[in-house]
Design a protein around this ligand. Structure first.
Ligand SMILES: [Zn+2]
Length: 533
């Protein structure tokens, strides 16, 4: 028997949660041909995995890489973590569908933080074809963003949709499903998705239910509104009869941290009565998003250009401060909760010298009140500012990560190709999410076994997504594989020094091709996947 690739001598952790076992893994073409204690035969390439674990490639259940694949198809910060499939189109954001007259609006909406998108399509299908053209290094599971559906139907209008507009959204959603979308996502804190009422989301979910479409929910509020917002996501799944994924499960803001237990209980109760709901989590107590999301929803009406006008209007600035300033030292919208100015950091900004500073430091340096420093920064940078904010409890992170129904999603973007300049202080989750679960949480803290950790990042999410031939080390499955050293695997990326690849992951195989070879990126072999319906 001749194989294209033989991985010898490793310990196979197959993604099902079953105990590790000594086995060789043979690959023929793009699929796994055999898994057995000792395989003989010719192979074009042999990898010695002695002392290493051979696992399925990791599935990032929640990623924003789609916004960056065209600029960074190698997605090196992802694949070097062992990620072979990413779920994208999350939190209401996607670059399609797109009506020609909305080009500028959508560029402002998905652009920023170093990205100037070049939008050359209208339908979701045309967009997916363009994405296939750049051949990302990882496999892509794409959702369509509710924000994109809504802009196509009604622009950036800050109001509920009428039935005609919902029909238009349903039509665009149907086209996206035809083209290969897995379902749709909301970002109910992000305009324009946040302008929708529950009825609108249920209508869209119902429309896709007969076709097996799934709903990924960045919920309406992760702070004071947490429990009501989880209830809303569950209700949407229950009333529409669709599978729901609660994105990046967390409780934001110190006063809301104790609510995490009730939130997890609500998921358990819903599952017990048959609602198909689960979720994902990233293993960090800081979040990251565009800094203009610190502005209240009403101030975004009409898009970024309108937001800039409002930020320059003294009366409206006062109104924003009245709404968002808490006790003079914390800032937050109703949906996001208050975070101290010393806990909000500039991750990326056209003024590079400001990157890494907290808003409190920026205020001090510039002699302004923190609120003014924030709004002036957004004005100066035309809202192209990324931030990292510490709003969560590290104990909660472990609690959520350990929950058996929750998988792992980085909520991140891929960063910078090649060996050039790596600007900014992006959230380390872009480089470290998956090795951090293996190293910090499984090996060091013993939060769960290695087998459970791997299963949460492979077999479990594959089953949620209905990926029938990925997520396990099993003959017949696609050869998406990660070879790592269980004693050494570690995230190296930190908040002050984020641009560092993890250690202990020498080989990553995508569709049978060795994409990371001896810790070096070699080839792009990813594929845009389409759901089996
Ligand atoms: Zn989100």
């Amino acid at each position: 028997m001749a194989f294209s690739l033989l991985i010898r001598g490793g310990s196979v952790v197959d993604g099902s949660g079953a105990p590790a076992r000594r086995a060789d893994v043979a690959v023929e073409g793009e699929r796994i041909a055999a898994v057995a204690p000792s395989l003989s035969g010719e192979a074009a390439r042999v990898i010695d995995a002695t002392g290493k674990v051979v696992a399925p490639g990791f599935i990032d259940m929640h990623s924003h890489s789609d916004l960056f694949y065209f600029a960074c198809p190698s997605a090196e910060s992802k694949i070097r973590q062992g990620v072979t499939t990413e779920v994208v189109g999350m939190c209401s954001f996607s670059q399609a569908p797109l009506r020609v007259e909305h080009q500028t609006l959508v560029k402002g909406w998905v652009g920023g933080i170093g990205l100037t998108p070049d939008l050359q399509w209208e339908t979701f299908g045309q967009y997916l074809d363009a994405l296939r053209g750049v051949r990302p290094a990882v496999n892509v599971v794409h959702f369509v963003g509710h924000g994109a559906l809504r802009i196509a139907a009604m622009g950036f209008a800050a109001r509920h949709a009428d039935s005609g507009e919902i029909n238009v959204m349903e039509r665009h959603l149907g086209e996206a499903l035809d083209a290969g979308a897995w379902g749709f996502s909301t970002g109910l804190v992000y305009p324009p998705s946040s302008y929708a009422d529950t009825r609108e989301i249920i209508a869209l979910a119902r429309a896709m239910a007969p076709r097996g479409g799934q709903y990924a929910s960045h919920i309406r509020g992760e702070s004071s509104m947490l429990l009501d917002s989880i209830a809303e996501a569950i209700r949407i799944g229950e009333e529409a009869g669709v599978r729901v994924e609660v994105s990046h499960v967390k409780a934001s803001g110190r006063e809301n941290w104790p609510k995490i237990d009730a939130a997890l209980r609500m998921l358990d109760d819903a599952r017990a009565r048959g609602v198909d709901v689960a979720g994902d989590v990233y293993p960090y107590n800081a979040g990251s998003t565009k800094m203009d999301n610190l502005m209240p929803a009403w101030s975004h009406e009409g898009g970024i250009a309108k937001l800039m006008e409002r930020l320059a209007d003294p009366k409206l600035r006062r109104r924003i401060v009245e709404e968002c300033l808490v006790d003079g030292e914390r800032w937050g919208t109703v949906a996001q909760g208050g975070v101290g100015f010393d806990q909000i950091f500039i991750a990326s900004c056209p003024r590079r010298e400001l990157e890494g500073l907290s808003l409190a430091q920026l205020a001090q340096q510039s002699g302004q009140a923190p609120a003014d420093a924030l709004m002036n920064l957004l004005l100066d940078a035309r809202c192209t500012v990324g931030m990292v904010s510490f709003s969560q409890s590290i104990d909660n992170v472990a609690k959520v990560l350990a929950h058996p129904a929750l998988s792992v999603g980085s909520d991140s973007i891929p960063l910078f190709e090649g060996s050039g300049d790596r600007p900014g202080k992006p959230h380390p989750r872009s480089y470290g999410t998956f090795p951090r679960v293996l190293g910090e949480y499984a090996r060091e803290r013993k939060l769960f076994s290695l087998e459970t950790a791997v299963s949460k990042m492979t077999g479990m999410p594959a089953a949620r997504l209905g990926l029938r031939d990925r997520g396990l080390v099993e003959p017949g499955h696609f050869a998406d594989l990660t070879v790592f050293d269980p004693a050494a695997v570690k995230d190296e990326s930190t908040y002050p020094d984020p641009h560092r690849y993890p250690s202990g992951i020498p080989y990553v195989i995508v569709n049978g091709a060795v994409a990371v070879d001896d810790s070096r990126m070699t080839t792009r072999a990813g594929r845009v996947l389409t759901p089996a319906r």
